[in-house]
Design a protein around this ligand. Structure first.
Ligand SMILES: [Zn+2]
Length: 67
């Protein structure tokens, strides 16, 4: 059996040991801040790049004229 004393560190600040009540964080503050970051990350819309795909296609179209 291996017993490690301080293998669990707060997932947010990575400085304080995890408290069971707030796993995997060290405190309610870190728990709330991490949740906040996670939520705001979800609300960010993914940027679509349709224009990039279109210009790539017309670039392919150009190669047929040389003969
Ligand atoms: Zn923390």
């Amino acid at each position: 059996m291996s017993s490690k004393a301080d293998s669990r560190i707060c997932a947010y600040c990575r400085q304080a040991p995890v408290v069971v009540a707030f796993r995997p964080f060290c405190s309610a503050g870190c728990q709330a801040r991490d949740l906040n970051a996670w939520l705001s990350d979800r609300y960010v819309m993914p940027a679509s790049s349709e224009e990039d795909e279109l210009s790539a296609m017309s670039a392919l179209d150009n190669g047929d004229e040389a003969g």
